[in-house]
Design a binder for this molecule. Structure first.
Ligand code: NAD
Length: 525
């Protein structure tokens, strides 16, 4: 029911923003959201061109797989060095197409370099061949091995909020696993990824196993049809379409979808830390993070003080375009569709009795900005506490106790991540009861940097995992290799069947499988 509501909201917002869906052969116009100025056009790939791109990288994939984990890490190491050496150029492009402030953009190349090293140095442990002992002496003649072979071509469909992290960040483990990769970046932010792909092919001279295609639904659908595994990051609305399309070819999917992350503040929390964390976790990247703090539940003893501190912290944030100066904290909204959704959620809350202690409205242009906003007197009948807002807005509710905080935090169709602030042991106990894929105690968003542990959404926030061992294993198919070390002309279980041999097999099997001496001897109790 609620999914339907969101779909209608988003469709209405898209229509209101006037952003259409360009067809193959047409050009996508990319605008700088901080100024509204057009900055580039990029041609839309037809389904035929998507198929041809996938076929080309597919032909080169066996050689990529054959160079092994170390060989692939060497190439990805070249990409890491290029990203670090060219980070200013990468950040300039990213700021131009997203309207982010410099500080928010600057985390992307660093994360990617760390990720390349993380998987490069751990791939052998995560996806190297495994030796397994047979579970029963009856199979002692068998040598068991599990090898992890990549899906030959992985397709990645990515959103606009972190254009490199959410495209390259999934391409890196897929390439490290030995797959070829084709990315379809968001139509709002394709330039940075295209620049990196260009560098891979040109300056780095990497093998022709990594490419990108551009467009919206038709291009994305063609990619789903052509590849062997699809990694999708985006809204749950599009995620459903991608999964339905992938079902037609039984192509496996991993979906990283939306969130409505809750923060719980206990009355024994360090309220300065909690308020600063809420301001950063809610407003960083203009709140356009799947794991943004969107809802805050505060125990009544801490509520007044926390709200005052949070409002003060948010009210003094500097908003605008800062170029290379690191002079602002909150940048532009990247997609006009999203600004319309944020405006709708805040308007709905204010009309239903909520109050904005700071912010509350869209700013006049140039550029697409929404004020950092703290709402109180909110409840779960309002969109802002129920649906994904994905903007610089937090709603704060007073709760009687931990049980009420948990009931409300878990009252969501999403379950991506969350946070709990309080005295450590108590906060940890509460955190373990939050229904989501990753929960931070006395911190926010940091679980994205702790790539050692997996991250994936519960409920309608996704299927599958990124990071940790599952984050690379998902790009592989297991092949169990069962090798006979010794044996005669035939096994006792083979033809011809004889009564004597079948009885003997039955007795031996019973002797091994029974767990009490009488049954081992073939007797009943
Ligand atoms: P979106 O769903 O509108 O678009 C995502 C991608 O899907 C884009 O590349 C788009 O062109 C493509 N697409 C659109 N229609 C398609 C179709 N029919 N078939 C195939 N591809 C299609 O999402 P968005 O607005 O770009 O991104 C914001 C959303 O992403 C939010 O919901 C946010 O929570 C989510 N997100 C999730 C994570 C996560 O890790 N869980 C991370 C970042 C963003």
């Amino acid at each position: 029911m609620e999914g339907g509501t969101v779909e209608r909201d988003n469709a209405a917002a898209a229509a209101a923003s006037g952003v259409g869906s360009p067809a193959p052969g047409e050009q996508i116009e990319i605008r700088n959201p901080a100024t509204g100025e057009p900055i580039a056009t990029i041609p839309v790939d037809s389904p035929e061109s998507v198929t041809a791109t996938v076929a080309r990288v597919r032909a080169n994939q066996p050689e990529w797989e054959a160079i092994g984990i170390e060989g692939r890490y060497r190439w990805l190491g070249e990409l890491r060095d290029w990203l670090l050496d060219n980070s200013e150029r990468v950040l300039d492009t990213m700021q131009a197409e997203t309207g982010k402030v410099r500080a928010d953009a600057s985390g992307e190349p660093v994360y990617l370099a760390d990720l390349i090293n993380f998987y490069g140095t751990r791939a052998a442990k995560f996806i190297g061949e495994e030796a397994v002992r047979p579970h029963t002496p009856l199979l002692a003649s068998k040598k068991l091995r599990v090898q992890y072979r990549p899906h030959p071509v992985v397709g990645i469909i990515s959103p606009w909020n972190f254009p490199l992290i959410l495209a390259l960040g999934d391409a890196i483990p897929a390439l490290q696993a030995g797959a070829a990769v084709v990315v379809k970046p968001s139509e709002f932010t394709p330039l940075g990824l295209a620049e990196v792909v260009q560098a891979w092919k040109g300056e780095i001279g990497g093998p022709d196993v990594f490419d990108c295609v551009h467009g919206v639904g038709e291009t994305g659908g063609a990619l789903v049809d052509a590849v062997d595994f699809i990694q999708f990051t985006g809204s749950d609305r599009t995620g459903r379409k991608v999964m339905a399309r992938a079902a037609e070819t039984l192509t496996p999917v991993s979906l990283e979808l939306g969130g409505k992350d809750a923060m719980i503040v206990l009355d024994d929390a360090d309220l300065d830390r909690a308020a600063n964390a809420a301001a950063w976790g809610g407003m960083m990247n203009s709140g356009q993070i799947c794991m943004s703090v969107e809802r805050i539940y505060v125990e009544e003893g801490a509520y007044d003080s926390f709200v005052a501190k949070l409002t003060a912290a948010v009210a003094k944030l500097r908003q605008g375009a800062d170029g290379k100066a690191f002079g602002k904290e909150v940048g532009a909204m990247t997609s006009p569709n999203q600004t319309a959704i944020v405006e709708d959620h805040v308007g709905d809350a204010l009309a239903s009795g909520a109050r904005a202690l700071t912010g509350g409205k869209r700013l006049p242009g140039p550029g697409d900005y929404f004020e950092p906003t703290v709402l109180i007197d909110v409840d779960h009948s309002m969109k802002v506490m129920r649906d994904e807002t994905f903007g610089p807005v937090v709603g704060v509710m007073k709760v009687r106790d931990v049980e009420e905080a948990l009931r409300l935090a878990n009252d969501s169709r999403y379950g991506l991540s969350g946070s709990v602030f309080g005295a450590r042991e108590r906060a940890e106990r509460v955190a373990r009861r939050v229904e989501c894929g990753a929960v931070n105690v006395n911190d926010v968003l940091v679980n994205y940097a702790t790539m050692d542990v997996p991250m994936g959404g519960w409920k309608q926030s996704g299927i599958g995992y990124r990071h940790g061992e599952p984050g690379i294993k998902k790009y592989c198919r297991t092949e169990s290799v069962v090798i006979t070390r010794f044996g005669g002309k035939r096994e006792p279980t083979w033809f011809p069947y004889t009564k004597g041999r079948r009885r003997l097999i039955g007795r031996v099997a019973q002797a091994f499988n029974a767990r009490d001496p009488r049954r081992r001897l073939g007797l009943r109790r």
